[in-house]
Each structure stands twice: as structure tokens, then as C-alpha cells.
Design a protein around this ligand. Structure first.
Ligand SMILES: NC(=O)c1ccc[n+]([C@@H]2O[C@H](COP(=O)([O-])OP(=O)(O)OC[C@H]3O[C@@H](n4cnc5c(N)ncnc54)[C@H](OP(=O)(O)O)[C@@H]3O)[C@@H](O)[C@H]2O)c1
Length: 270
């Protein structure tokens, strides 16, 4: 049954034009939220308003965040749903491959830029798409990979997923003492355009998978809004709402934080 329980609340959703982000936009708008939908084109789509944002470009991220800060005094949530699987390496303006920029560094910088708005809300949530907890492999996780091109599209996306899970853990520590909480989520199987740039065999398999996939992503909406998940801040939430934590991954926290700060700082100085 439709409700307007999110009326008066405002969210920024990245990846708003497709897949998980589009599903999150629709789910939040259906409950009366004001949703700023970010994508490269800046088209409004199904959101309340559009925001042009290229996550491979630090200057574009700062510009977009500046526009949001000028227009609003608070944000109730930030949903990081943009992502890519790229089959050709390409260096982004962060100076790292665009996989790491879109899937990870761009979201780290956007969060930093919008932090003051999140801190001004009565309570706020940062929800970041990751993936299936079964595919988080702490034993092969190497944060220094961030400074090298991924070995393949799928390997790049898989490592980026672990980076987002670990970043969420460290973000939750930063949130302590604030009214902000942070969750990563596994979206389930959501209709997607993710591998549109891949080899034909990958595109064909994705088309078949899309026939099974859902146009909705209830867990994205829940992770953006459900206060009962505050206690799980820092965890990866699966579609059933169960929280997963990865102590062995957390051992890499300091290294990932140091490398990320250096890359974002370097991009700022460029
Ligand atoms: N779909 C699933 O079932 C599923 C399952 C597990 C994990 N995931 C993860 O969820 C993430 C999103 O997947 P998806 O299925 O939603 O993919 P998708 O359908 O391809 O959507 C990707 C979104 O990211 C945006 N985007 C791409 N490059 C961007 C850039 N440089 N700057 C800003 N936005 C950019 C796209 O917007 P524009 O191109 O319009 O800019 C689009 O809205 C991926 O990391 C994926 O690994 C998805």
C-alpha cells in the first residue's frame, strides 16, 4: 500500500538512471521522499530533481556537491548505487582506473563533500551498494590494487565490492558520536545495464539474467531509511536484512584509508 511516510525527507541517490539506483529512486519517491537523482547526464528521470555527476572526475563531484549544499540545509540520506564493470582499462581524473573511481573513490569524495548536510539532519544514513557477502574474500583482498589497473572487468568489480564493504566499516567508526549511520548492502538481483560495454557473451548472459532480475530493490530503500538498522552501522546487509561483518577484511582498514586519502588529495592538487 502506498504511503507518504518519507515526506519532508531528502536523499541523494547516485546511479539514478539505471539498475539499483533507479530502483532506489523509485522506491523512495513512492514513499514521498524528495530524491535528487545523480547520473552523468543530470536528467531528472524518475527522481524529484536531477543532478549531473561524473564520479570519475573530482572537480565534477565537488561542483555537484556544491550545488546540493547551496540548495539544501540537510540531507537524510545518501545512497551510493552507481557502479560499473569496465572491460577496457581507462585512467580517470583521480589518476586511477575508472573502475576504482566510479565504484569507490568517487563515492568517498562525494560523502566527504556532503558530510555537513548529513550531519545537519535529525538522523541520516549512508547506504552503499556492494554485493553478495559470499563474494567478499578477505584472504585475497589487497588495498594496494587501487593504484594499479584491474586485471579484468569482473575482477575489478569484485575487488571494488570489498573496498566498499571495508570503507563502510571505517565510515561507521567515523560516524560514532554523530547521528549518521553507514551500511553496505547486497541488492539481490536487480535489472541492470552493467555489462553493456562487455564482450558479446557477457552481454548475452546479462540479457538472460535480466529476465529473472527484479525492477525493485527493497533492501536499498530499507538501508536508506530504516532506523532499526542503526545498530548494524558498518555492516553489509543482505536482501533478507541480515548483517554480515568481516573482521579479517578490517585488518586492511588503515592501508585502504591511507591510500584513498592520498589519491583524493593528489586529485585535489592536480
Ligand atoms: N544489478 C544487480 O543485481 C547488482 C548486484 C550486485 C551488485 N551490484 C552492483 O551495483 C552497482 C550498480 O549496478 P547496476 O546494476 O545498477 O548498474 P547499471 O544498471 O549499469 O547502472 C549503473 C549506474 O551508474 C551510473 N554511472 C556509471 N558511470 C558513472 C560515472 N562515471 N559517474 C556517475 N555515475 C555513473 C550510471 O549512470 P549514467 O551512465 O547515466 O551516468 C547508472 O545509473 C555495481 O557496482 C554493481 O556491481 C548490482
Amino acid at each position: 500500500m502506498p504511503t507518504n511516510d518519507l515526506e519532508g525527507r531528502a536523499y541523494v541517490v547516485t546511479g539514478a538512471s539505471s539498475g539499483v539506483g533507479l530502483a532506489a529512486v523509485r522506491g523512495l519517491v513512492a514513499r514521498g521522499a524528495h530524491v535528487i537523482g545523480a547520473s552523468r547526464s543530470g536528467a531528472r528521470g524518475d527522481a524529484s530533481e536531477g543532478l549531473a555527476l561524473d564520479l570519475t572526475d573530482p572537480e565534477a563531484i565537488r561542483r555537484a556537491a556544491d550545488g546540493v549544499r547551496r540548495a539544501r540545509s540537510a540531507l537524510d540520506g545518501l545512497v551510493h548505487a552507481a557502479g560499473g564493470i569496465y572491460f577496457e582499462p581507462q585512467v580517470s581524473r583521480f589518476g586511477v582506473d575508472r573502475t576504482w573511481a566510479v565504484d569507490y573513490l568517487g563515492h568517498v569524495l562525494l560523502t566527504h563533500e556532503l558530510w555537513s548536510l548529513l550531519a545537519s539532519a535529525p538522523r541520516a544514513r549512508i547506504a552503499t551498494v556492494a554485493g553478495n557477502p559470499r563474494f567478499v574474500r578477505p584472504s585475497s583482498f589487497d588495498p594496494t590494487a587501487l593504484e594499479r589497473p584491474p586485471t579484468s572487468g569482473l575482477a575489478g568489480a569484485s575487488l571494488a565490492m570489498s573496498m566498499r564493504v571495508l570503507w563502510t566499516h571505517s565510515l561507521a567508526r567515523r560516524c560514532e558520536g554523530t547521528r549518521i549511520t553507514a551500511l553496505a548492502f547486497h541488492p539481490g538481483l536487480v535489472r541492470s545495464n552493467l555489462v553493456g560495454n562487455g564482450p558479446w557473451i557477457v552481454r548475452t548472459s546479462a540479457r538472460l539474467l535480466n529476465a529473472w532480475a527484479s525492477p525493485h530493490c527493497a533492501i536499498a530503500v530499507r538501508c536508506a531509511t530504516d532506523a532499526s538498522l542503526d545498530r548494524d552501522s558498518g555492516a553489509l546487509i543482505d536482501p533478507s536484512g541480515r548483517a554480515h561483518r568481516f573482521p579479517a577484511l578490517e585488518a586492511h582498514e588503515a592501508t585502504l584509508t591511507t591510500i584513498s586519502a592520498r589519491l583524493i588529495g593528489r586529485a585535489a592538487a592536480a
